[in-house]
Design a protein around this ligand. Sequence first.
Ligand code: DLL
Length: 432
Amino acid sequence: MIWSKDETLSRDELEKLQTKRLKETVARVYGAVPFYKKRFEELGLVPQDIKSIHDISKLPLTKKQDLRDNYPFGLFAVEQDAVVRIHSSSGTTGKPTVVGYTKSDMDVWNEVMARCYTMSGVNSEDTVHNAYGYGLFTGGLGLHDGAQTVGAAVVPSSGGFTSRQLLLMKDFGSTVLASTPSFALHLAEVALKEGYDIKKDFKLKCGIFGAEPTSEGLKEEVAKVWGVEYYEIYGMSEIIGPGVSNSCKEHNGLHIFEDHFYPEIIDSKTGEVLPYGEKGELVITSLTKQAFPIIRYRTGDITSLDQTPCRCGRTHVRMKSVMGRADDMLIVNGVNVFPSQVEHVLANVEEITLNYQIIADKKGYLDSLEIMVEVNDQMPMDSIGALENLKKKIQSELLNNLYINAKIKLVEPRSIERSMGKAVRVIDKRGK
Ligand code: DLL
């Protein structure tokens, strides 16, 4: 089933709608947000210069730093009394970024989330166990409201309290798990430790996983251990929250809801727009948002777009799963390291689990890279020979596949601290 007919518009109809909505958005930000007016003026642009969606590349790019510089409400385009919800990033570095919603923005959010659930085969007969964090993070409330929109029962469990979550999932007969992939794996690990029989005790049919870069290997592991169909959801608070895109039953990419969010791919060094199929940084323009419209936002996420028809019947362009962040790519002794690629290599090594941390540091003038990996329960920790061989194996896999030279530290099962939200995969000690 497809939630909205707008997901199946012909390319022609879609472009007309996008053009109309882009013009409205440009006029709105020009009139109401001094930051955008100034940017437009610097480029000698007025709203009338935007005649079609194809003129979008004339518009200036917006960066995360612009949000921080205008903290908290400088980029809002409505008066405070029209705002009904405020969210904020966790702000691991610098000031947090703040986003706001009007009533109609909330309707759009619920609508796109309903599309995601429907795409994942979820309907009013389902019970959604929602283990995304509730609070300033958009994951919890976004997945919550969307589940209600499709009429599903939602269990707002949020993160943490793993044992209790398992108990509720079992006793309430939840059919859908909504969580980060790393937390899904953690839940399974604890379930096995506590003696649950996963296939018998739980009724899960699918999972809606997202919010963090995830290798194919980890996805397969989550699907296998829970015996569920793995659906992927993507989004970010600056655009709306979760619900920018979602994978359909064809599992060939994530449909971006182009009638609300216009995607482009740019070369992150030059800003040049790249054609469909090429890999680069995803840039998104909101086409319908009122409180916090955003023009050509540099998401920092590396992906590519595919406009070929999808068998599911939706016409919206598909993005590949995020391959990494333009800005958290590690450069170690001149070699680009994408954490998700490291994870992919680790996923093919049998004797370890996918709980790991990549630690970048400096030794004299040179960078050093250490990868701390948990071995699995079958690995004899007292056999020095076996551990040495395993280290060498992982090292040569990393060297052969990614050309990176890393020191491997093998640690006991369950010894790396678990995160209840997004997993901490990279620790970069260099600038400190
Ligand atoms: O993570 C929104 C979200 C919540 C998405 C729940 C999916 C599920 P932020 O905290 O603003 O919002 O973080 C946004 O997370 O730019 C990506 O780098 C990353 N991200 C989100 N979804 C995925 C995904 C939410 N499916 C940032 N794959 C984004 C890889 C993802 N990375």
